[in-house]
Design a binder for this molecule. Structure first.
Ligand SMILES: NC(=O)c1ccc[n+]([C@@H]2O[C@H](COP(=O)([O-])OP(=O)(O)OC[C@H]3O[C@@H](n4cnc5c(N)ncnc54)[C@H](O)[C@@H]3O)[C@@H](O)[C@H]2O)c1
Length: 255
């Protein structure tokens, strides 16, 4: 990665689940745009490797241990990032995905646990960081969900169900904070060739790095032609993209 001091110079970003896969692609890209980044993950060795790679390329990064199943971890991680890097401007909510299950037979305890780690942790981190973003009149909340909210994937019942809650929450919140310069958008990946997808679904011919490109495009280049066609008819500023749920799936979903 070549560090270029550009659009995100001095912005502070935290990306959860960033040791590998989609989160890693995004955090690398944010850093290459000049952001000071926190690579937050349960896998602290992996997070440290990613942070070191960013630093070796001239970027600014710290690795933070964070288990999204534990809300207190999220609070502690955000506190540490603010203490070391400054107030957080960009929150990228991402996690490992749920185990494959069918609707029938999924235990209530598993639904509840996954609600905590796939949904509630997004709410918690966002609520924690929003007041300062609103005060500074600039903030970006970006959630990684799944194209499964549009087209359910057989045997990924938990994702098909709980990601919908993220979309409803994000779109509602977007309206509540838009006037304060904070945007809330959600990416819906299709099938990127990360370890998770190769392990669970055996598909994924596309590269995870693409999502980093799209994330940036969605948030910071809202007038780029390709994204404009996908997301908004006439976006002229990044604020135009403030409550999108955006498919990034190589045309996998046609619904
Ligand atoms: N890859 C795709 O095409 C695709 C498609 C749709 C949705 N998604 C969703 O996007 C998200 C990221 O997927 P990916 O393919 O990059 O997965 P991945 O397995 O490659 O990476 C997930 C990252 O999250 C971390 N993680 C796992 N459990 C964690 C926890 N409890 N706390 C903190 N970090 C944790 C892992 O250590 C890893 O670094 C998942 O929720 C996945 O379901 C991915």
């Amino acid at each position: 990665m070549e560090a270029q001091i550009t659009r995100l110079k001095d912005k502070v970003a935290i990306v959860t689940g960033a040791a590998q896969g989609i989160g890693r692609a995004i955090v690398m890209r944010l850093a290459s745009e000049g952001a000071k980044v926190a690579v937050a993950d349960i896998d602290i060795e992996g997070a440290t490797r990613t942070a070191n790679e960013i630093k070796a390329s001239g970027g600014s990064a710290i690795a933070v241990k964070l288990d999204v199943t534990r809300l207190q971890d999220a609070i502690d991680a955000a506190d540490r990032v603010e203490a070391e890097l400054g107030p957080i401007d960009i929150l990228l909510n991402n996690t490992g995905g749920p185990p494959p299950t069918r609707v029938l037979g999924t235990a209530p305890e598993l639904w509840e646990a996954q609600f905590h780690s796939m949904v509630l942790v997004f709410f918690k981190l966002t609520e924690m960081l929003l007041p300062e973003m609103r005060e500074r009149k600039w903030g970006r909340i970006i959630n990684v969900a799944s194209e499964s909210v549009v087209q359910p994937i057989p045997q990924i019942a938990i994702s098909n169900t709980l990601r919908g809650a993220v979309i409803g929450w994000a779109k509602t919140l977007a309206g509540e904070v838009a006037r304060d310069g904070v945007t809330v958008n959600t990416l819906l990946p299709g099938a990127f060739a990360t370890d998770r997808v190769l392990g669970v679904h055996m598909i994924g011919p596309t590269v995870s790095e693409m999502i980093g490109e799209v994330c940036l495009a969605m948030e910071f280049h809202a007038d780029s032609e390709d994204v404009a066609r996908t997301c908004h008819p006439h976006p002229t500023r990044s604020e135009a993209l403030r409550q999108a749920a955006m498919g990034v799936d190589g045309w996998m979903t046609q619904a």
